[in-house]
Design a protein around this ligand. Structure first.
Ligand code: ARG
Length: 609
């Protein structure tokens, strides 16, 4: 690592080490009093406690050792023994030049790149994505980009929910509402095979789109709750689909393809694109042998007709309330339900089989499941079962959970009518707001209608994503489109606006024939800007380690602010040539880093606005 914080940190550690203080106590951080110092180390206080010495004495000795370091313009001791470091202008200039020359804008890569899978989005067949899938998509996309940028080989997998009871329900519902489709499907069942021509006939009949399926499915799910015959029929259809009965399978393929096509479009509009669209159905063939293997390994147990894998250790229990109100103590985490008493594979079964499939296809070192934290127990169970079965090693699987996006009433966001808001509608709503905001701000007036629309799309995505990613993922937040879409404040549109401002400044400079040149830092606003550029590496490292894009979002915001202050305090065009060239380089480096940071959040910046 060559960022100032790291290299100065090493020098400070060495100085502490020479005084007998272990490196882990000597940590250097950005100063919390930027008016007094650029960096600080509180190592002397920690060391004094540990070594039973006077902190000021340690600090004085360390400061003495650092005084010869040309990269520091001052080393001071404050209070009981804080070490305050100020970086020399020449060192800042050198760092700025390095960042400007670096296509990665000062960011490093990991020493040991890994193969990583990010499982995110998690859409389902015949169900429009709702805002619950929004966070999974936004956060997962950012993690995928972040891990890739850090040097890992990363695959983003949508883990498409395309199998199970919901498919039987859908076949039953469509057969009831569309007798012509039902007749053709029965024909194909009888024939036992499906030709290209059959598929075309089916496509002509089954012109149902995701909207139609999305209406049929919830009605069918509701009906199955009260109508026992319907429920049993759907169960039987599920089993027949899973044994690949020709007609049902062909119909199901249609549902799957129609859904995927529509969803891919929605996702793409949101700047979310998957490398894999593997479905739960893709591991169907692995389930039977896996069940046999679990049995052979002695992990499978019969429990009231179902086959389960117990994952709780001795003494791991929780209290559970039964329907009759009584409380019992049961093992915790719950066992993995592998085969239900009706003989079907369950949600956890496909997750376990998917672990095997991924091992076979990609052999990942690490898998991130970016899924709502309300599924935490599910993943705990699946992961433990995988470790027990030897399908993965402890620590290779991680559930990266997140909180909910809430409405003004602080419960998960709904439409005015109380239903779940479809992602498609949310995107359209946000775009409409973006258009309104652009008009309000007098932006985009000189653009063609198409260009304006493209920019409104980018503003909308920036508003949604930044609002989400600026919070630590574990925190719930309240959806407030008015605030998210504002061009002022800590918002996505504000950051886009800042980036566009720098672009137009650089265009103007180029038009006037001005070129960038070596950076020479002197003004306080220039120092601050370079120190902020230098902090990219720290923000990135933290986002990566904690799987927390919010540190990157924070960095992007700080960078824009530091640039704004610099731009206000340091004239560019009117300066004499060397200063102008230096400041143009600072502007170029800022733009590159800002665009990189935004890209890692999944946000694209327009050329103009
Ligand atoms: N389809 C699931 C849902 O809508 C999410 C899938 C998450 N990923 C997984 N490997 N289970 O809740």
């Amino acid at each position: 690592m060559s960022d100032l914080k790291t290299v100065l940190g090493e020098a400070v550690e060495a100085a502490f080490a020479a005084e007998g203080v272990p490196a882990e106590l000597a940590r250097v951080t950005a100063s919390d009093r930027p008016d007094l110092a650029d960096f600080q180390s509180n190592g002397a206080l920690a060391a004094a406690k540990r070594l039973g010495k006077n902190p000021r004495e340690i600090a004085t000795a360390v400061a003495e050792r650092l005084k010869g370091d040309a990269r520091l313009s001052s080393v001071e001791i404050a209070g009981p023994g804080f070490l305050n470091l100020k970086v020399a202008d020449a060192a800042l200039s050198a760092r700025a030049n390095a960042i400007a020359a670096d296509p990665r804008a000062g960011a490093e890569t990991v020493a040991d790149p890994r193969r990583v899978i990010v499982d995110y989005g998690g859409p389902n067949v015949a169900k429009e994505m709702h805002v619950g899938h929004l966070r999974a998509s936004i956060i997962g996309e950012s993690l995928k980009r972040l891990y890739r940028f850090r040097g890992d080989t990363v695959i983003g997998d949508a883990h498409f929910g395309d199998w199970g009871f919901q498919m039987g329900l859908l076949i039953a519902a469509v057969s009831d509402s569309h007798p012509d489709i039902a007749a053709l499907v029965e024909d194909l069942n009888a024939k036992g095979q499906v030709t290209e021509a059959d598929r075309e006939r089916l496509a002509v009949l089954a012109t149902l789109g995701l909207d139609d399926l999305g209406d049929l499915y919830p009605a069918a799910a509701a009906r199955a709750k009260t109508d026992v015959d319907f429920r049993n029929r759907a169960r039987r259809l599920t089993a027949e689909l899973q044994s690949k009965k020709a007609g049902y399978y062909a119909l199901w393929e249609r549902f799957r393809d129609v859904t995927r096509e529509a969803l891919e479009r929605d996702f793409h509009a949101l700047g979310v694109d998957f490398d894999w669209w593997k479905g739960e159905s893709d591991v169907e063939d692995l389930v039977a042998p896996m069940v046999e293997e679990l049995r052979a390994k002695g992990l499978l147990e019969l429990d009231q007709g179902a086959q389960i894998v117990r994952v709780a250790g001795p003494g791991e229990t929780k209290k559970k309330k039964l329907p009759d109100g009584s409380v019992v103590v049961v093992p915790s985490p719950d066992p993995l339900l592998v085969v239900s008493s009706e003989g079907s594979a369950m949600y956890g079964t496909t997750d376990l089989a998917t672990i095997l499939d991924r091992k076979r296809e990609f052999d990942p070192h690490y898998v991130i499941y970016c899924v709502d934290r309300r599924q935490a127990d599910h993943f705990e169970t699946v992961f433990r079962a995988a470790y027990l079965a030897g399908y993965a090693q402890q620590g290779q699987l991680e559930h990266v959970g997140f909180g909910t996006m809430n409405g003004p009433d602080r419960t998960p966001f709904k439409t005015r009518e109380g239903g779940v808001l479809k992602l498609k509608d949310l995107i359209e709503m946000t775009r409409a707001k973006a258009r309104e905001r652009l008009h309000e701000a007098g932006l985009g007036e000189s653009l063609s209608a198409d260009e304006f629309e493209a920019i409104a799309g980018k503003v909308a995505v920036a508003a949604l994503k930044f609002a989400d990613l600026q919070n630590f993922r574990g925190t719930d937040y309240v959806f407030d489109l008015d605030r998210f879409s504002s061009f002022e404040g800590k918002t996505g549109p504000y950051l886009l606006y800042q980036a566009v401002r720098v672009k137009s400044l650089l265009r103007r400079a180029a038009d006037e024939g001005h070129t960038a040149g070596p950076v020479t830092v002197s003004e306080p606003a220039e120092r601050d800007l370079v120190l902020t550029l230098d902090a990219f590496e720290t923000a990135l490292g933290e986002a990566y380690d904690k799987k927390a894009p919010n540190t990157l979002a924070e960095h992007a915001y700080r960078l824009s602010q530091a640039f704004s202050k610099f731009y206000a305090a340091c004239p560019i065009m009117q300066s004499e040539p060397a200063t102008r060239a230096s400041r143009l380089t600072l502007a170029t480096a800022t733009l590159r880093q800002l665009e990189l940071a935004l890209d890692l959040l999944g946000i694209e910046t327009p050329e103009r606005m």
